[in-house]
Design a protein around this ligand. Structure first.
Ligand code: ARG
Length: 589
């Protein structure tokens, strides 16, 4: 029940019926100005140009045909300016559509015609260190998009492509071996503080050439499968993952051990990647390294930028691993019986600084047919989180801020808010609310920004009770729910069929019906901020409605039941929308 898509389909048919070309589309969008209508169709001008006819006449003709096909869905259809078509939906139609949605668990969101398997590369931190602020965005954004795709009815496969095979492990292993040589066997998992251990190893590595040599040698032993090195490595991977999992759980992120397929998992596929490239004639040796040169990476009038897949010493690179991963995700994993899926779409969430890397591996994967043509490879980049000084968010010591510290501080600040607003609630309730609000605030603030831009991490703004924030959205939800609590004491809460008379009722009904199209665009383009904007507008439409339209005190029983239905639908839509963003709701605040 996607209103926009329905209008676009019918108006496109009308446009073609009016003489536009076979491929003409009506291009229906939300109206730029509410006084002109609810939606507008912008496609007549381009279609007229193509068909070499007068755009206004084509629009008029389209309207004449669409009046028939749209029937009682619209109240008015008008041509404006050079050939825009303004569309106003009818109140009766909005009301009956709300009734239909009220009876639908999916709130009107249609199942896809062809469900896809969507692989979502999620979170993917480099291990051996604790997660920091830089890991917030790939974790939060990918979780929201995966939830939305799953809700739509696609099969989502999360893949946590952790960096578990890098040279940083050499240092840690060498450090551990040194400790063991001094004081006997040790289990890595007994380490209390991973970050401190990492810093110690790093300091030794930087200051002691003999230690650095041993660390490099440990990498070689690890990668050639020596049991001693592997044993420590497993320990480091395990504690890093346990640490990450504790954060995922606390943040309500749906990522688990079975979603981890780290760099090391592709190790055995790397020689095959290089060999396949060689067999297909795509490989060139350059200064001892194995490279792929593709014309599309020619620098203006100059050389071609190589994609290096094997270094002169035989070592593989980040790109080689990603090529193996693409191959795995696009069918090889299934062919080999390792997994039971093969992706139709693969989404990668990383910092915008990895743009070139993904352009390169996608291009090589296409050239080598590691990804069949039908599979969509999509890079979903995002900007940087800045500190108050407008530079990447760091601690005073210049280290990236630890994620656990960010969450702790946010919950603590939220707790102060709750204590102030609601000192009489029992302690345990205040704890639960502070956790939902504090975690929600950090996540929502991230999701509400257009992911492609940088943003400044500002506590006051993310925890504000006003504006497009988690606390405001969570509060708006409790406001709606409180009507139902009060209603139980005042003559019942049974919703009935929707009738629309007041402008605020109409505006709310229209917003409610735009949930499906919002979900569809978030799924298509992986922009969760579109859902945040929508929910914020919905909450605003509800607040206006609530101010001007008494619900429990409505003049008649029928009116009361209609308004209860709108309120109930609002609560369900807010709750579902927030849940899809990974934001918890509470019953009171
Ligand atoms: N571990 C990488 C980093 O921290 C991100 C990995 C993203 N996923 C991928 N398939 N390359 O930068």
């Amino acid at each position: 029940m996607n209103v926009r898509a329905e209008l676009e389909r019918k108006l496109s048919e009308a446009l073609r019926g009016a003489g536009a070309g076979e491929n003409a589309v009506a291009m229906v969008a939300l109206s730029a100005r509410a006084q002109f209508g609810d939606y507008q169709a912008n496609g007549a001008m381009a279609a007229a140009k193509q068909a070499k006819t007068n755009p206004r006449a084509l629009a008029e003709q389209t309207v004449a045909i669409a009046r028939e096909s749209l029937g009682d869905m619209v109240e008015s259809l008008e041509v404006a300016g050079p050939g825009f078509i303004n569309i106003k939906l009818s109140g009766a139609w909005l009301a009956s559509r709300c009734d239909a949605v009220a009876g639908d668990e999916r709130l009107g969101v249609p199942q896809p015609d062809a469900p896809q398997t969507v692989v979502v590369d999620s979170s993917s931190p480099n291990l051996a260190k604790e997660m920091h602020i830089g890991h917030l965005r790939p974790t939060i954004l990918s979780d929201a998009v995966a939830r939305i795709l799953g809700f739509l009815g696609h099969r989502t496969v999360r893949q946590n492509h952790v960096g578990d095979w890098g040279t940083q492990f050499g240092m840690l292993i060498a450090c551990m071996e040194e400790i063991e040589a001094q004081s006997g066997p040790r289990a890595v998992t007994a380490l209390q503080d991973l970050d401190t251990f990492y810093r110690q190893a790093r300091a030794k590595f930087d200051s002691d050439p003999e230690f650095a040599r041993r660390a490099r040698e440990a990498v070689v032993r690890l990668q050639s499968g020596e049991e001693g090195a592997l044993r420590h490595w497993r320990g480091f991977v395990d504690i890093s993952l346990r640490h990450a999992e504790a954060l995922y759980e606390r943040m309500g992120v749906d990522l688990h051990r079975e979603d981890v397929r780290g760099e090391s998992a592709y190790n055995r596929y790397l020689p095959g990647v290089v060999q396949s490239l060689r067999e297909q004639g795509l490989l060139t040796e350059s200064q001892g390294a194995q490279c792929v040169f593709l014309e599309e990476f020619r620098i203006k009038d100059g050389d071609i930028l190589p994609v290096i897949v094997q270094k002169s010493d035989g070592g593989y690179l980040y790109a080689t691993t990603d090529l193996a991963a693409i191959r795995f995700r696009c069918g090889m994993g299934k062919t080999e019986g390792v997994v039971d899926w093969s992706g139709d779409r693969v989404l990668y969430f990383t910092d915008v600084r990895q743009t070139l890397h993904f352009q390169q591996i996608f291009a090589v994967a296409r050239a080598a047919r590691f990804a069949p043509e039908g599979v969509s490879l999509e890079y979903v980049p995002f900007g940087t989180i800045m500190g108050p000084d407008n530079r990447p968010f760091k601690t005073r010591e210049g280290e990236p801020v630890r994620l656990v510290d960010v969450l702790n501080e946010s919950v603590q600040r939220a707790r102060a808010l709750v204590d102030e607003k609601n000192p009489d609630l029992p302690e345990s309730d205040r704890d639960a609310i502070a956790s939902a609000v504090g975690i929600g605030a950090v996540k929502y603030f991230d999701l509400a920004h257009n992911r492609t831009s940088d943003y400044v991490f500002a506590w006051e703004r993310m925890l504000a009770m006003e504006g497009n924030t988690a606390p405001y959205m969570q509060y708006a939800y409790t406001r709606v729910r409180s009507i139902f609590r009060k209603g139980l004491e005042q003559g019942g809460t049974e919703p009935g069929s929707v009738a629309i008379a007041e402008p605020a009722e109409r505006a709310l009904a229209l917003k409610l019906l735009q949930f499906p199209e919002t979900i569809a665009s978030v799924a298509a383009e992986a922009y969760p901020h579109l859902l945040c904007n929508y929910l914020f507008e919905l909450a605003g439409a509800f607040m206006s409605f609530y101010e001007s339209c008494p619900v429990l005190q409505a003049a008649t029983d029928a009116l009361r039941a209609s308004r209860l239905a709108l309120a109930d639908l609002t609560a369900r839509t807010l709750q579902t929308g927030l849940r899809l963003l990974g934001i918890e709701t509470v019953e009171r605040m």
